[in-house]
Structure formats: C-alpha cells, structure tokens
Design a protein around this ligand. Structure first.
Ligand SMILES: [Zn+2]
Length: 65
C-alpha cells in the first residue's frame, strides 16, 4: 500500500521533471546573442555587456578597473 504511493509519487515527480525540462528547451533567442571576446581577460560576454574603449572590447568587469 505504502510502496504503491511512494512509487506513484516517484513516477509523478519524474513526469513533472520531464515536462519541466521540455518547457525550458525552446530558448533559442538567448543563444542567438552575439558573443564578443573581451580584450582584457579573454572571456566571452554578450555584446550588450561590453564597452568599447580605444577600439578594444572590454567586459563590464574589466571596464571597472
Ligand atoms: Zn574582461
């Protein structure tokens, strides 16, 4: 009796997680963002996070220094 309830909960949770994963998949808009390499630290950051200074691209972290 109790084992059936536990099994039902596990299956329900597994299905919930499967559906939760499916809902997060269609996020291609974030991937299409232009990634730019920082000239200061070499890290790749999205274009709108960068600052151009003397023809060089800096991320927000390097810009603060
Ligand atoms: Zn940087």
């Amino acid at each position: 009796m109790l084992l059936k309830i536990i099994l039902f909960l596990i299956i329900g949770f597994a299905l919930y997680k499967m559906f939760g994963g499916k809902f997060t998949l269609p996020r291609s808009k974030d991937d299409s963002k232009t990634m730019v390499q920082c000239d200061g630290c070499g890290a790749f950051v999205s274009e709108d996070e960068t600052k151009v200074l003397d023809d060089k691209v800096y991320c927000s972290d390097c810009r603060r220094k």
